[in-house]
Design a protein around this ligand. Structure first.
Ligand code: SF4
Ligand code: SF4
Ligand code: FES
Length: 211
């Protein structure tokens, strides 16, 4: 039995009890919450495993987000910061003309994206990051920066300089102080901190014109 099954049982008793859920298989990212002090997805968290470690299960909404009701939080800041990294391939639009063509990629170039594209936007990482709590309107946060690095690493993308110039300030990236909570809280075993460190190096090289 998963934690989400218990949440549904509670909802049966109290229909006003509110939480987000959709796929129930760890894919959509809608049921991120704090479970016994650690962020995770209710749909893939086994009650049996939780009870092995602790006699009771305490569930709270994601930390650092405005609570709308029960376990439902306001994700607006999270998605606003995500939009700031332009989460799509930027085309070569020299002369204002977007070339329509296939985006062919070699196997080795494709392999560079491994570990960078599996984010399901559950916000478990951002919610566990103190830098996000204090700079929610300025620091992009681990989820957005992981995806930013995914596009900076993609040889089909033509927006590298644009992306780096946009990230070049003291908040968007450099507010990451390597606290590493983002790694331990990611239910997809991704490593946002490694991506952030790579972006920092790119930004420093960009600043010193070493690219
Ligand atoms: S490593 Fe950076 S992004 Fe990750 S939790 Fe720490 S400060 Fe936040
Ligand atoms: S990096 Fe991991 S924890 Fe963060 S939003 Fe993506 S899937 Fe969730
Ligand atoms: S319900 Fe979709 S990830 Fe849990």
């Amino acid at each position: 039995m998963m934690l989400s099954d218990v949440l549904f049982k509670i909802k049966k008793k109290d229909p006003t009890f509110s939480f987000r859920i959709s796929c129930r298989q760890g894919v959509c990212g809608s049921d991120g919450m704090n479970i016994n002090g650690r962020n995770g997805l209710a749909c893939i968290t086994s009650i049996k495993d939780l009870l092995k470690k602790c006699k009771k299960v305490v569930v709270k909404p994601l930390t650092g987000f405005l609570i709308l009701k029960d376990l439902v939080v306001n994700m607006s800041d999270f998605f606003d910061r995500y939009k700031e990294i332009f989460p799509y391939i930027i085309e070569n639009n020299e002369n204002g003309c977007i070339k329509k063509r296939n985006h062919i990629q070699s196997i080795s170039q494709r392999n560079k994206l491994n570990g960078l594209y599996g984010c399901i936007l559950c916000a478990c990482c951002s919610s566990s990051c103190p830098s996000v709590w204090w700079n929610t309107d300025k620091f992009i946060g681990p989820a957005g920066l992981l995806t930013s690095y995914r596009f900076l690493s993609d040889d089909r993308d033509h927006g590298k300089n644009f992306r780096l110039n946009h990230l070049q300030d003291s908040f968007k990236v450099f507010k990451c102080h390597n606290i590493m909570n983002c790694i331990s809280s990611c239910p997809k075993n991704l490593n946002p901190n490694r991506a952030i460190r790579k972006i920092k190096i790119m930004l420093l090289k960009n600043m010193l014109n070493l690219t």
